[in-house]
Design a protein around this ligand. Structure first.
Ligand SMILES: C[S@@+](CC[C@H](N)C(=O)[O-])C[C@H]1O[C@@H](n2cnc3c(N)ncnc32)[C@H](O)[C@@H]1O
Length: 183
């Protein structure tokens, strides 16, 4: 069954094009998240809700190995065009368990602008923790109305449920992105 909230057909085409240059995606979201990710050379990173592969392209350029999953065939087609065979891409509804991924098999997880689409966030976040190696970083991001000033992450994280379901970790934040490190 296709993921209900995934960006299918013309919505996917619109997002793919818009995310190339939109101030929000290209100049706010990705720079903030990628700066938190830091040096990714040699790391294996899971990109959950990878969309058209914009993040994956940057992570690959930084020397990471990337696996991307998304519930939209339309966006995976755009991602394939962008990435060629440099990243492993898989169609998957993230409402369902990531049972095709081994425990502690990734150094990092990017989940950009996607978590807010998921109904059972504790289940997905638990899975993201499971697939991370100890010391691995998770970079979740959800849209906020306020991108500058104050600390949007402080308002955002309780709603994601990540704090409640990620004991033994520590938050770092900028005004628009956050990182959780698995201990
Ligand atoms: C706002 S886009 C973000 C895409 C990408 N992370 C980025 O920042 O460029 C949200 C993405 O989540 C995907 N998505 C939404 N619900 C999903 C689900 N249940 N399973 C898998 N992917 C889903 C959409 O198809 C879309 O690619």
């Amino acid at each position: 069954m296709p993921a209900e909230t995934a960006y299918h057909d013309e919505v996917g085409d619109y997002f793919a094009k818009n995310a190339d240059t939109s101030p929000y995606n290209a100049y706010t979201d990705r720079p903030a998240m990628l700066s938190l990710a830091g040096a990714v050379g040699g790391l294996k990173i899971l990109d959950v809700g990878c969309g058209a592969g914009h993040y994956a392209a940057e992570l690959l350029a930084g020397g990471a190995e990337v696996v991307g999953i998304d519930g939209s065939a339309t966006l995976l087609k755009h991602a394939r065009e962008r990435l060629g065979d440099r990243a492993a891409l898989r169609m998957h509804d993230a409402e369902q368990p990531l049972d095709f991924i081994d425990d502690a098999s990734f150094d990092g997880v990017v989940c950009a602008l996607m978590l807010h689409h998921i109904a059972d966030r504790p289940r997905l976040l638990g899975d993201l923790r499971r697939v991370l190696r100890p010391g691995g970083g998770c970079w979740p991001r959800r849209p906020t109305r306020r991108l500058t000033g104050g600390n949007s992450v402080a308002r955002t994280t309780p709603k994601t449920g990540l704090t409640a379901h990620s004991p033994g970790g520590r938050w770092q934040s900028t005004t628009s992105a956050c990182r959780w490190k698995r201990s």
